[in-house]
Design a protein around this ligand. Structure first.
Ligand SMILES: N[C@@H](CCC(=O)N[C@@H](CS)C(=O)NCC(=O)O)C(=O)O
Length: 268
């Protein structure tokens, strides 16, 4: 269980007054940061950007890099879900995203790193490959966001942007197949962390948000959802992130999904 260590924390400093999150509809780390802000009760504005066009906007806003999530807090710019988690913890320690105990914190940080560096990218590649086959499902991810142009127009013009985005993260048949093959072992690691109590405490920690949002994005693909939803990892994802927009009907070649048939939760 993730104990909430309130007693050893310093008194709360006055919160930030001007916070704006820059994200992309359906972005898993973007959603993780939104949920962290909500858990901490930090009021914020949100700017929803379109893939690739986001690169231009972030540069124009003087962010040093072109990826989201990016956040501006009282004039300070912070980018990257792990960096932002630490900044939120610094400016508003309660309720905590990390435990005070150094050993428990190290365990959570290791899971968080896995989510940020390994799981996120695997799911991103599968998603972008699917959207390259058909951009229409992008509309379902834009539900509830304000992207500044009609969603229909965004979908119609998305093709070249999705292609560029996919290329920028190394989306190829080989890397997508590799990501799918790696998924059962990744799910097993997550199930193990839940069993050990590193993930799945009563109040989500930074790693819960990182992992759960990746899994929710994966579950928006009809091809992947059955392998995830009924196991501990899927249950965690649905509890931590009850609502996640987006749905992509089956699009992956069945042969690519072979590695998922052996998973305990696939129903195969
Ligand atoms: N590991 C980084 C990932 C950042 C990242 O790659 N974000 C994607 C969205 S999930 C992005 O900015 N993509 C640019 C685009 O789609 O144009 C983090 O957690 O902050």
């Amino acid at each position: 269980m993730n104990a909430v260590e309130t007693e050893t924390r310093p008194a709360q400093a006055p919160g930030p007054t001007d916070v704006r999150l820059f994200t992309i509809p359906g972005s898993h780390p973007g959603t993780a940061v939104r949920l962290m802000l909500e858990q901490k009760g930090i009021e914020h504005q949100r700017t929803d950007l379109l893939p690739v066009l986001s690169w231009v906007v972030l540069r124009a806003r003087r962010f040093p890099a072109v990826r989201v999530p990016a956040i501006k807090i009282d004039g300070r710019r912070v980018q990257g879900s792990r960096e932002i988690a630490r900044e939120l913890e610094r400016i508003k320690p309660q309720p905590p995203l990390f435990p005070a105990d150094p050993q428990r914190r190290a365990a959570i940080e290791e899971v968080e790193r896995f989510g940020d560096e390994d799981l996120q990218q695997a799911i991103r590649r599968v998603l972008l490959w699917a959207l390259r086959q058909d951009t229409a499902p992008f509309a379902s991810f834009a539900e509830g966001s304000r992207i500044g142009i009609p969603v229909g127009l965004a979908v119609k013009t998305a093709g070249p942007f999705v292609a560029l985005d996919a290329r920028s993260v190394g989306t190829t048949e080989a890397t997508v197949r590799e990501a799918i093959s790696a998924l059962p072992a990744m799910l097993q690691r997550i199930d193990d962390w839940i069993a050990e109590g590193v993930l799945g405490g009563e109040q989500p920690n930074a790693a819960d948000f990182q992992i759960a949002t990746c899994l929710r994005l994966a579950m928006s693909l009809d091809d992947l959802r059955p392998a995830i939803e009924h196991g501990p990892a899927g249950e965690l994802a649905l509890r931590v992130v009850p609502d996640y927009p987006g749905r992509i009907p089956r699009v992956l070649p069945p042969a690519w999904l072979e590695p998922l048939r052996a998973t305990a939760h696939s129903g195969a």
